[in-house]
Design a binder for this molecule. Sequence first.
Ligand SMILES: *Cc1c(COP(=O)(O)O)cnc(C)c1O
Length: 408
Amino acid sequence: MTTDFDTVLKRRLDALREQNLFRELRRVDSAQSPHIQIGGKPFLNFSSNDYLGLANDPLLQEAAIEAVKKFGAGSGASRLISGSLAPHHKLEEALADFKKTEAALVFSTGCAAALGTICALVSKEDIIVLDKLVHASIIDASRLSGAQLRIFAHNDLNELEEILKWAAKRVQSVSRPHVLIVTESVFSMDGDFAPLQEIVALKEKYGAWLMVDEAHATGIHGAQGRGCTESCGVAQDIEVQMGTLGKALGASGGYICGSRPLINFLINRARSFIFSTAPMPAAAAAATAAIRFVQSDEGEQRRKLLWQRVDQFNSKFKTQNAKCSAIIPLMIGDENRAVETAAELRAQGVFIPAIRYPTVARGTARLRLTITASHTAEDVEKLGDALTNLKSLAEQRTTNIERRTSNA
Ligand SMILES: *Cc1c(COP(=O)(O)O)cnc(C)c1O
């Protein structure tokens, strides 16, 4: 039986290898930082979502250690059973204050936040409308919710409106479905932005609800790092604000911010919240420290540093990078070539992962380069040299990255 089981799985793995889609873990023997050790070798790391360099910051370390000393390592149970420890409440107060919402709720991960929230809000009588490029956790949650799923082309407002028109006709029917639109503010694999003001106008026009995932915006975009919902001036008009504590905030966990009724409803209905052990108190305390940091003057300085490094890169290379985005996709297309290019960069001591299907569509493989505030000007310089040395770049095979000719 077991041999048969393993044989089936090995065959499936072989199929992945043939398509250049096989993945494996690379063990990192150092903390998250621009400089990491893999297999005993040092690499310059341009793969992390730790945009502000907080993951290994003494401020977060100390907050976590304090919480461990006072509240222990584990949280013992689900929040509704016995695990609703003070650090989780403090974090939720800090989040609501930060995002200027009535309330907030913390989940063990951003994935769990998406899953629990979407499945609680809509069911098979309802309609869910997604941007084509939303994160896998949102797609999976939407499927699991049983709601009718409609997808619009990436950032295509015309198609979104067509779908909302179609949905509005059904809303007038006896069953009166609810319509939930879900998008990201900064898209995780492309680094571009959703037209939030226009999407809010449409959802108001057609009476839909809107959920915005700020996983890659919280902490780095908007005044005091509140996110794009804030910089676009639409935060108050969005029913559900979602995000993660694991990227710019340097800790781990997911959150939902919104009205008190929304949060009370999720406490009662979000299954990934109800049936899951509360996050470690240390994670909550670290995230709380990060939220305070991003709102401080020092946080502002750190963001300035981040955008300086992004500008430094953009002044050397022309990519399809949206202006002012820390996520820079170097589009390659072919999966095999993406893997080869990543290997070529590793040989030069630069770590940038090749992103392939199923993270992105087939034939749109890319190197996903992320720049952080903890990279030095010299690090970015070295990255530029490594990219310049790429054979594939010299042969103009890499499609969207081009060296700027000026010495600026
Ligand atoms: C990373 C990510 C998530 C999931 O958050 P985790 O806390 O890592 O589970 C959700 N949405 C987007 C867009 C993400 O990039």
